[in-house]
Design a protein around this ligand. Structure first.
Ligand SMILES: NC(=O)C1=CN([C@@H]2O[C@H](COP(=O)(O)OP(=O)(O)OC[C@H]3O[C@@H](n4cnc5c(N)ncnc54)[C@H](O)[C@@H]3O)[C@@H](O)[C@H]2O)[C@H](O)CC1
Ligand SMILES: [K+]
Length: 480
């Protein structure tokens, strides 16, 4: 599981680490880690330009520049404000032979050390000009700690920011490297250890395939299980206009760990669902969770009927327009940005600019877990926990993908996961299934890939196969 911490949490952990390592020690450790990655990332014959800001972020990079020069690399410096550049770092870099240049133009590799976690979002003046040069010329950019100018705690963009290919971040991920419009600006992120202890701090989390062991026992049936003990998931989805949504939601529900899918809808739609998926039981009956809304009629009735059962519920699409004042059951709301905007009476662009704040607001407002779909799907619980999903591909922007997701999440809920786990595991596996298929694909392909993805998640077999392959490769190459 990846974890990201806020600026305040990092600052507090730095204070503790500095008692042992000293502030200089911390900075040297950050610089050392940075050098190691730069030596790997930057071709030996390239001259690197380091964009140096006024704080410790610039300091990290100046000490790294000195060490690069000692290793025979060529480094130029662009100083945002020569009078404010970290004095000892600047002395070290220039002492090792770094040249100060006025402009970054002409370089093909840049290190972005303008601002780190001390930054306000949005660059101005010369820093904004240098960010514009990066946009225009697209040099390879390695960002130090964070791409300068992003909203570190929330992933907001408030004006220009640096677009990086790689980010070497210290001690922990930062929320802005994972979520919101800022996340894509970080490129590939590497977390390096500088001795910060954040283990006890609540983090923004991101599940990975390797986290299956946390959920395995709650999903894989035991020898004593039967279809009812595995959980029954009920689906109220589809309409004459959107019959396909019923099929896709059912397909998602069938791909999950529950033992049975029940479908409730108009008689001819029910017949069509059962014709296509003979394992489905049509008609009302006991369920452990409901999925309501995909392609459904714009009416309050399906959600009201589901809520009357008092079991957990996934609420999607049209049902999001008929929410109760507050949920009394464990509920997972699965809007995209447009739907969340409508729920909160705001604009889609507002939600896209600050997804975390809006998802939080809705979770509080309705006392429900909110899964906000997007390139980085967010899951926010009623008690403020946050998970961000990083799996998936842009091919997932395809009709019906959300119907499959809602059904699959419903199956996890029926199996006994709470809404936070069900939503975040569903988003992870939905994205991994998409990666597995490759794309282009249709939503049914995702539903078909989900059972194998779920199995790999639970038994770790793909990981083990990956590790075995790696061991085999190393042996063949005579490596340890
Ligand atoms: N504390 C340590 O010893 C360590 C820090 N590390 C690195 O340091 C940065 C954080 O450094 P800090 O000096 O606190 O802040 P910045 O370098 O990010 O910049 C602060 C400086 O810039 C001004 N400023 C901020 N935003 C803007 C803006 N948008 N436009 C103009 N000016 C801005 C602000 O007022 C300050 O004066 C951290 O990220 C690490 O890279 C290491 O981790 C080692 C330990
Ligand atoms: K930076």
């Amino acid at each position: 599981m990846l974890t990201a911490h806020t600026v305040a949490q990092v600052r507090a952990a730095e204070e503790v680490a500095a008692v042992e390592q000293g502030w200089d020690g911390l900075m040297q450790r950050a610089a050392g880690a940075l050098v190691g990655h730069l030596l790997e990332l930057v071709p030996a014959d390239e001259t690197v330009v380091v964009l140096v800001g006024p704080g410790n972020n610039g300091g990290d990079a100046l000490f790294a520049a000195a060490r690069l020069l000692e290793r025979g690399r060529r480094v130029n410096l662009c100083l945002l404000d020569a009078s404010k550049a970290h004095p000892a770092g600047l002395a070290a870099a220039t002492g090792a032979g770094a040249q100060v240049v006025d402009r970054p133009e002409g370089h093909r590799v840049a290190v972005d050390a303008l601002f780190g976690i001390g930054a306000r979002p949005g660059l101005t003046g010369v820093a904004a000009e240098w960010a514009a040069w990066i946009e225009r010329e697209r040099p390879c950019v390695v960002a130090v700690d964070v791409p300068s100018g992003i909203g570190v705690d929330d992933g907001r963009l408030d004006g220009p920011a640096v677009r990086a290919d790689h980010t070497i971040t210290f001690g922990t991920m930062k929320p802005g490297l994972l979520l919101g419009p800022a996340a894509p600006l970080a490129g590939r992120v590497t977390v390096v250890d500088i001795g910060l202890d954040l283990a006890e701090q609540r983090a923004v989390e991101s599940l990975e395939l390797a986290d299956g062991h946390r959920f395995r026992d709650r999903m894989v049936p035991s020898a004593a299980d039967h279809k009812y003990s595995r959980g029954v998931v009920g689906v109220r989805a589809g309409s004459p206009e959107y019959a396909g949504a019923a099929h896709l939601c059912v397909a998602g529900a069938q791909a999950g760990p529950a033992g049975m899918v029940r479908f409730v809808g108009a008689p001819d739609l029910s017949h069509r669902v059962v014709d296509r998926a003979p394992e489905v039981v049509a008609g009302a009956g006991r369920v452990q969770a409901w999925v309501v809304g995909p392609g459904g009629e714009d009416s309050a009735e399906p959600l009201d009927a589901a809520l009357a059962d008092g079991v957990p519920v996934v609420v999607d699409a049209t049902a999001l327009g008929h929410l109760p004042d507050r949920f009394e059951v464990d509920a997972l709301l699965t809007p995209h940005a447009g739907e969340l905007a409508a729920m909160l009476g705001t604009e889609r662009a507002e939600v896209e600019a600050d997804p975390l704040a809006h998802a939080r607001r809705a979770a509080e407002r309705w006392s429900a877990t909110v899964l906000l779909k997007g390139p980085r799907t967010l899951v926010v619980s009623t008690d403020g926990r946050v998970r961000v999903n990083t799996s998936g591909t842009p091919w997932l922007g395809t009709a019906g993908a959300g119907d499959v997701l809602a059904g699959f999440a419903g199956s996890l809920l029926a199996r006994g996961l709470d809404a936070f786990d069900a939503g975040s595991v569903a988003a992870l596996l939905h994205g991994l299934a998409a990666e597995r298929v490759g794309g282009p694909f249709v939503a049914s392909d995702i539903a078909r890939a989900l059972p194998g993805t779920l199995r790999d998640f639970c038994d770790g077999s793909r990981l083990m196969r990956g590790a075995e392959d790696e061991i085999h490769r190393r042996r063949e190459e005579g490596r340890p």
